[in-house]
Design a protein around this ligand. Structure first.
Ligand code: BGC
Ligand code: CA
Length: 355
C-alpha cells in the first residue's frame, strides 16, 4: 500500500517534471528566434579595387568616386568595406595583390589591369575562388572576358572619343583661320599618344586624325610621341619638339588631358606668348583641363564620364554580391557597360565643373 502510494506520487512528479521541461524548451525556442520570421543576417560586402598605378589622376579620381558610391550604398543590413590598392605598373605585382585580396576574404574585385592583354592569372584565381571581377578602363579582349561568366567590363567606346576630339578641333580650326599661322593651307600638328597597346590610345589617335581629315582639314604631321598618359613625360617630349620646331607647331592632339597639360606647361616655360602657341585638345575633362579650356590655354577636351563609370561599377558590385541582375540585364552582350563621352569647349565648359 505504502509502496503503491509512493509510486503514484513519483509518477505525478515525473509528469510535472516532463511538463516543466516542455515549457522550458518552448520558451527557449521562442527566445532563440526559431519562429517563421527570420532576422536579417548581418552582411558585409568586401570590395577590392586594384588600379594599374597610383600615379594617374583620372584613375585616382575614378577610384575615389567608386569608394564614395559604395559607402553610400551601405544599408543597416549590409556593411560595405572598400580597399584600394595599385599594381605599381607591373602586372605580376598586380596579380599578387589580387591574390592577397582574395585570401583576405574579398567578395568582389574591381580591376584596372596593368596590361590589358594579360588578365589570365587574375581570371584563373577569381574563377577558382568564385569572386566576380569587374574590369574597368583597360579593356580585356573578348576571348579573355568570356573565359568565365562572372567577368564584366565598365568603360567607354574609345572610337567615340577620337571622333569627338576630331570634330571639336575641326570646328575650332574652321572658325579660327589664324590657327594656320604660316598660312600655307595646312595645319602642322603633333600627336601625344598615351601608351602603346592601350585601346584608348590606339582608337583616339586613329579616329581624331581621320575625323579632322574627313572634315576637310589639311594636316601635316610633324611628330607622334608616346608619353604614357603622363604630364611630366609629355612636357619633356614637347620641350624637345619646341626646340626643334620653335613656333611652327599649330595643333596638338593629345590622347588625354594630362599630356595636353604637359604641352601647356612646356609652352609656358619656353616663354612663348600665347599667340605663338598651337591650339591644344585633350580628353578626360579633369578639373585642371577644364580650367585650361576656360582660360583659353586649351581649346577643347572630351568628357570621360568617371562619375557614370564609378556609379555603374558600384551598382554592379552590389548586384553581383546579392545575386541580382537589374543592371546586369542591360549590359551589352551581358558583360559590357559603355559610358558616353561628351564634347567640351569654351561654350559649355562651365557645365562640367564639379560634376
Ligand atoms: C584616360 C587616361 C588614363 C588611361 C589609363 C584613359 O581612358 O583617358 O587619362 O591615363 O585611361 O588607363
Ligand atoms: Ca600651317
Amino acid at each position: 500500500m505504502i509502496w503503491k502510494g509512493f509510486c503514484i506520487l513519483m509518477s505525478r512528479k515525473k509528469r510535472i517534471r516532463q511538463i516543466l521541461w516542455i515549457i522550458v524548451a518552448v520558451v527557449m525556442l521562442v527566445l532563440t528566434g526559431c519562429s517563421d520570421k527570420k532576422e536579417p543576417e548581418d552582411k558585409v560586402l568586401r570590395v577590392g579595387v586594384v588600379t594599374y598605378t597610383s600615379d594617374d589622376p583620372f584613375i585616382n579620381a575614378l577610384a575615389d568616386e567608386l569608394k564614395e558610391n559604395l559607402k553610400s550604398m551601405e544599408t543597416k543590413d549590409m556593411k560595405i568595406m572598400v580597399s584600394i590598392k595599385n599594381g605599381d605598373d607591373d602586372q605580376q605585382d598586380q596579380d599578387e595583390i589580387v591574390e592577397e585580396m582574395i585570401d583576405a576574404g574579398c567578395d568582389v574585385l574591381c580591376v584596372n589591369l596593368v596590361d590589358r592583354t594579360a588578365p589570365s592569372q587574375i581570371i584563373r584565381l577569381a574563377k577558382q575562388n568564385e569572386i566576380p571581377v569587374l574590369f574597368f578602363n583597360r579593356e580585356p579582349v573578348w576571348e579573355d572576358l568570356t573565359q568565365w561568366e562572372d567577368l564584366y567590363y565598365v568603360g567607354c567606346d574609345a572610337e567615340q572619343s577620337g571622333i569627338m576630339q576630331g570634330e571639336t578641333a575641326a570646328e575650332y580650326i574652321c572658325s579660327h583661320p589664324e590657327v594656320d599661322r604660316n598660312q600655307d593651307g595646312k595645319i602642322q600638328y603633333v600627336l601625344l599618344e598615351g601608351e602603346a597597346g592601350h585601346q584608348d590610345a590606339i582608337s583616339r589617335t586613329n579616329y581624331s586624325v581621320k575625323t579632322l581629315i574627313e572634315q576637310g582639314i589639311h594636316l601635316e604631321k610633324l611628330s607622334y610621341q608616346f608619353a604614357d598618359w603622363n604630364r611630366g613625360q609629355a612636357e619633356n617630349r614637347m620641350n624637345r619638339l619646341i626646340s626643334q620646331y620653335e613656333d611652327s607647331i599649330e595643333l596638338i592632339i593629345s590622347n588625354n588631358d594630362e599630356m595636353a597639360l604637359g604641352a601647356v606647361a612646356a609652352y609656358q616655360k619656353a616663354g612663348y606668348e600665347q599667340d605663338k602657341w598651337p591650339v591644344i585638345f585633350g580628353i578626360d575633362g579633369l578639373d585642371d583641363a577644364l580650367e585650361a579650356v576656360k582660360s583659353g590655354k586649351m581649346q577643347g577636351t572630351v568628357y570621360n564620364d568617371k562619375e557614370d563609370q564609378a556609379m555603374q561599377l558600384a551598382k554592379l558590385a552590389v548586384e553581383v554580391f546579392k545575386g541580382e541582375d537589374t543592371n546586369r540585364k542591360q549590359l551589352k552582350a551581358g558583360r559590357y557597360y559603355v559610358s558616353q563621352y561628351q564634347q567640351v569647349d569654351s561654350s559649355n565648359v562651365d557645365e562640367f565643373f564639379k560634376r
